[in-house]
Design a protein around this ligand. Structure first.
Ligand code: SAH
Ligand code: TYD
Length: 379
């Protein structure tokens, strides 16, 4: 947020519930999509080298399989800056990105990607089908979890998909969030937290079958789900295997979520204690990654500029602004080294390897990272 906006922030209640029948975990309150996503939405998929490689590889896999052959058509829901669709456009395969964030869409268009600047739902899906014909693949990464009206999106996919087409979506995995106590993954944008069981139930409610699942390491642990119309594709054994792992872990049990909540409270106590001790002993502590996740941590733990003096972040759109809620100033990582602080609290744990490698001179010079998932630790 801009410094002038202090005092005009809107706060929402961040709380999760679990469905007693299908075990889907979702937020209990909705932040309207047009408040979060629009021309000012700052996230850019290409900001991470790891994610760039991930999407290029995923696109290549589709080009070799589902999109091989004449006349294929792919729609991406939440195409952002076009990193996934660019290789598909370069391969001259018919495609359409759908994303309401205009500035991200402009970046995609600059790369030769065709984008419909809009929210994907039942209506837009019908329009796309009418103008472009049926899609062989509908792909969505880190986007179905963002939609408060998942049903409308799945009805839209049903309207859009060719008879033998597939919906492939990937999202952060509740199993990893719970196991690794990654509570910072809970923030306004992340409305649904999928498991294989809840994804399968959502698929079945809309006439689809979950035919494959694959665990991914991106974003701290994700799962890629493949849905098709019933009987069209054989079901991969991975589905039954991951379902049985979920049952063994008690992932659909309310008690598992309550135990998770208790671990989160313990982490809060330890993190705040550590930051206060460091302040009292005169150490300089900064943050790294002005992520949406950081707002969950700072708001829930009551961390402000007195404990974390500033946050370094590589997104130019965030420089000179304040982190919402905590009002901690955001700076360019170009100034991280002048001089290096004693400690950096990593608010982008999902990009830990990439950031720690990029900033290796910080640790070489005696600086230390503070991580808080699954436990508070200094590395
Ligand atoms: N797929 C990209 C971007 C994920 S961020 C990646 O994985 O990196 C989520 C994206 O979904 C944002 O670009 C946002 O603008 C977009 N989005 C939000 N609601 C949407 C909707 N209803 N339809 C299509 N895109 C949507
Ligand atoms: P993201 O993973 O989307 O987190 P969130 O959804 O919680 O905002 O964003 C990553 C943030 O981390 C983004 O603001 C850019 C920043 N970042 C860096 O500053 N340096 C890096 O090397 C990487 C990978 C990310």
């Amino acid at each position: 947020m801009k410094p002038a906006e202090v005092g005009r922030e809107v706060f929402y209640n961040l709380a999760l519930g679990i469905c007693s029948s299908c075990t889907m975990v979702q937020q209990l309150e909705t932040v309207p999509g047009n408040v979060v996503f629009g021309s000012g939405y700052p996230y850019r998929s290409s900001g991470s080298a790891v994610m760039r490689k991930h999407f290029e590889r995923t696109a290549q896999r589709f080009l070799n399989h589902e999109l091989a052959g004449a006349g294929r058509f792919v729609v991406e829901i939440g195409s952002n800056d076009g990193v996934f669709l660019k290789p598909i456009s370069e391969a001259a395969v018919a495609h359409l990105g759908v994303d309401p964030s205009q500035r991200a869409a402009e970046l995609a268009e600059d790369e030769g990607v065709e984008v419909l600047v809009d929210f994907f739902d039942e209506d837009t899906a019908g329009q796309i089908r009418a103008t472009h014909g049926p899609a062989d693949v509908v792909y969505a990464a880190n986007t179905l979890s963002h939609l408060a009206d998942l049903s409308s999106a799945l009805r839209g996919v049903d309207a859009l998909l060719a008879d033998r087409g597939v919906l492939v979506f990937e999202d952060r995995y509740l199993g990893d969030i719970v196991t690794d106590t990654r509570f910072d993954q809970i923030y306004d944008e992340h409305f649904s937290f999928f498991t294989v069981r809840s994804a399968q139930a959502a698929a079945a409610r809309h006439g689809f079958e979950l035919v494959d699942v694959k665990r991914l390491t991106v974003h701290g642990g994700s799962v890629r789900y493949t849905l098709a119309r019933p009987g069209v594709r054989p079901q991969n054994i991975n589905v039954a295997e991951l379902l049985s792992q979920e049952r063994a872990k008690g992932l659909g049990d309310p008690a598992t979520m309550l135990a998770f909540a208790e671990r989160v409270q313990r982490v809060r106590g330890r993190l705040v204690r550590l930051l206060r001790e460091l302040r009292e002993s005169g150490r300089q502590v900064v943050g790294y990654g002005a992520t949406s996740k950081s707002a969950t941590v700072t708001t829930y733990c009551g961390i402000g500029p007195d404990l974390v003096s500033c946050i370094y972040d590589g997104s130019p759109a965030k420089h000179g602004k304040l982190a919402p809620g905590s009002h901690i100033p955001v700076r360019s990582p170009k100034t991280f080294s002048d001089p290096y602080p004693d400690y950096a609290l990593l608010f982008a744990g999902n990009h830990a390897d990439e950031i720690i490698a990029k900033e290796r001179a910080f640790r070489k010079g005696g600086g230390r990272w503070i991580l808080y998932s699954p436990e508070v630790r200094i590395v």
